[in-house]
Design a protein around this ligand. Structure first.
Ligand code: SP5
Ligand code: ZN
Length: 340
């Protein structure tokens, strides 16, 4: 399988994440990329390549211009800063709703972000854009029919990022970048099996009939992102019926996950898409420090088989997965089963 790498991933190095008023070590770290790459190299059968030079053109189709400019300028501001504290930009105040009168630096940090897990650092813009360009390249290979399956190895992840807000470690929505490009060639389904609801992808395509978004995840009653991912969110306007959520209880294991996965796959099939984007998180694994599910490593092969059996040209995009000792094996199992 061809693997498109984010060549800039290591430029984004979170010093920590803010949880309940304290800064704790960041779960989302460069080592995630390295362990996945090492596992794929050890497994064999994967060809690694870099995308063409990243360009903002990759993200303008799905992200608002003011948001893209904010990420670019805030990253540059962090890069210029001498004071170490000013090299990390954290939001402190959030708007009650988007407010066009918010223009000051501190206002924008909240305006364009929805949590305290997602700081802007000197390399954030370059790194996030590298991932988006890798996703764009993978989508173009699939759209051209050059490949059946292409995997995008990237971090920071993307599926929580909305049109104009970062959050959940995500800045540009890589899966949405891929889906948007594929949608030019035919209907697209996004299947998101990260343990967290793919709120960003849902939000970006919520009123569109040409892109189905389907997510299986921890019930937002108890798991991040808390405010979306409920089963009654089914799309709006022309997109009514083109969104499906399968929330599952904390502690979910194979017995509970399997029927939800089957229902999610059935929703994808009913839509009759021409292309699939698989937002592939490994954080539903039993060892994940933040997921709360109990799936064993071998179940990731079953996920991959389910994706393969959908039978569509597929872009696979790396999302979460935070246990560095099991992440590589989960991803390898999933990808091998997709390509089997
Ligand atoms: C892409 C992705 O998987 N984003 C996940 C963002 C979730 N961030 C929430 C982190 C919460 C950490 N809480 C620590 C509790 C550990 N028991
Ligand atoms: Zn996740």
């Amino acid at each position: 399988m061809r693997v498109i790498l984010n060549p800039k991933h290591a430029e984004h190095v979170p010093p920590g994440e803010m949880e309940g008023g304290a800064v704790i070590p960041s779960y989302e770290a460069p080592g995630r990329f390295e362990v996945i790459r090492a596992a794929l190299e050890a497994a064999g059968g994967f060809r690694f390549e870099e995308p063409p030079k990243p360009s903002e053109e990759c993200v303008t189709a799905i992200h608002h211009a003011a948001y893209i400019a904010y990420l670019r300028e805030a990253s540059a501001e962090a890069k210029r800063a001498r004071d170490p504290a000013a090299k990390q930009l954290w939001p402190t105040v959030f708007p009650f709703g988007p407010n066009p009168r918010a223009t000051g630096t501190r206002a924008l940090r909240g305006q364009f972000c929805f949590d305290t897990y997602t700081p802007i650092l000197p390399g954030t813009f370059a790194s996030a854009l590298g991932g988006a360009s890798a996703a764009a390249r993978a989508a173009d290979l699939i759209a051209d029919g050059a490949e059946r399956n292409v995997y995008v190895l990237t971090r920071p992840p993307g599926h929580h990022a909305e049109h104009d807000r970062c959050g959940g470690y995500c800045y540009f929505n890589n899966a949405a970048v891929a889906a948007e490009r594929l949608a030019k060639c035919g209907p697209v389904a996004v299947l998101d099996l990260d343990v967290h609801h793919g709120n960003g992808t849902q939000h970006i395509f919520y009123s569109r009939a040409d892109v189905l978004t389907v997510s299986v995840h921890g019930d937002p009653a108890g798991l991040y992102p808390f405010f979306s991912g409920f089963a009654d969110e089914t799309g709006t306007g022309a997109g009514l019926g083109a969104n499906a959520n399968f929330p599952l209880l904390p502690g979910t294991g194979v017995k509970e996950y399997r029927p939800a996965l089957a229902a999610a796959v059935e929703a994808v099939r009913r839509f009759k898409p021409a292309f699939l984007v698989f937002a592939f998180g490994a954080d539903a694994h039993e060892s994940d420090p933040i997921g709360g599910f109990t799936l064993p490593t071998k179940f990731f092969a079953e996920m991959g088989t389910a994706v393969r059996e959908i039978g569509l040209p597929t872009v696979i995009v790396q999302e979460g997965g935070y246990n560095l000792t099991t992440l590589g094996a989960c991803v390898t199992e999933g990808l091998k089963a997709i390509d089997a």
